[in-house]
Ligand binder design. Structure first.
Ligand code: PGA
Length: 254
């Protein structure tokens, strides 16, 4: 298994100026935290300026989304080649993309193919709604999202999955450790059935109201390979603190 991963998804927050300030506020301290992969997902317009700022540091960059076509008449979209200029990562299938922008599993499948074709590491987000969980459909929903997104891909090397229950995102109500572990165990079993040894190696992250108060508990779980952080990644001190906690807990568990 690789290093544990901490990713900060800034969503549509901050101008370029504000984004640069936020990176400046966290960059040195984050850089010094060892044995954890640190990835920032700022708004795409800020990526190239931020790339200059984090150059030669241990901070990696990713895009929050991208289109699957190579180029053309897709107003407002960015391509994999554009992402690749500044980023080694891309977030795909976030529940806000699925819900608010009607991205289908087929769209996400094409985007994953584009990520592989361009050697960008994808983080594939999956997650069930509250209604789906309450009606006992979680396992089926997650398995379908995973199977459809990865259908016919030449390989799943470098795939990272983020389990983000929709009801835990931005609500301040993180899933309990029990719920996360039970869900991740099932996802892992499914991956192993589908992909054998390769499925065993896919890191699975958790996301949904991760903060300074729960990062250590999540870090103690052997099921959780990383954390995808939204709101708390916009606060430099909170993000540094939770990254440090997660890294230290994971190191102690080794
Ligand atoms: P949150 O967002 O940490 O604000 O709940 C997580 C995410 O959407 O990735």
């Amino acid at each position: 298994m690789g290093n544990p991963i901490i990713a900060g998804n800034w969503k549509m927050n901050g101008t370029i100026t504000e984004s640069l300030r936020l990176v400046s506020d966290m960059k040195d301290e984050l850089h010094r935290i060892p044995r954890v992969t640190k990835i920032l997902f700022p708004p795409s317009v800020a990526l190239s300026s931020i790339a200059n700022l984090v150059y030669a540091s241990s901070i990696e960059l990713g895009a929050q989304n991208m289109h699957y076509e190579v180029s053309g008449a897709f107003t407002g979209e960015i391509s994999a080649a554009m992402v690749k200029e500044n980023c080694s990562w891309v977030l795909l299938g976030h529940s806000e993309r699925r819900g608010l922008f009607h991205e289908s599993d087929e769209d996400i499948n094409r985007k994953l193919s584009a990520a592989y074709a361009n050697r960008i590491n994808p983080i594939l987000c999956v997650g069930e709604s509250l209604e789906q969980r309450e009606s006992g459909q979680t396992q089926e929903v997650l398995r379908q999202q995973l199977a459809k997104a990865t259908s016919d891909l030449p390989s799943i090397n470098n795939l990272t999955v983020a389990y983000e229950p929709v009801w835990a995102i931005g609500t301040g109500k993180a899933a309990t450790l029990n719920v996360v572990e039970e869900t991740l165990a099932d996802l892992r079993a499914f991956m192993e059935t589908e992909w054998g040894d390769d499925g065993r190696g896919v890191p699975i992250m958790y996301g949904g109201s991760v903060n300074e108060a729960n990062a250590t508990a999540f870090g103690q779980s052997p099921y959780i390979a990383g954390l995808l952080v939204g709101g708390a990644s916009l606060d430099a001190a909170a993000f540094i603190s939770l990254t440090r906690q997660f890294a230290e807990t994971k190191t102690q568990a080794e």
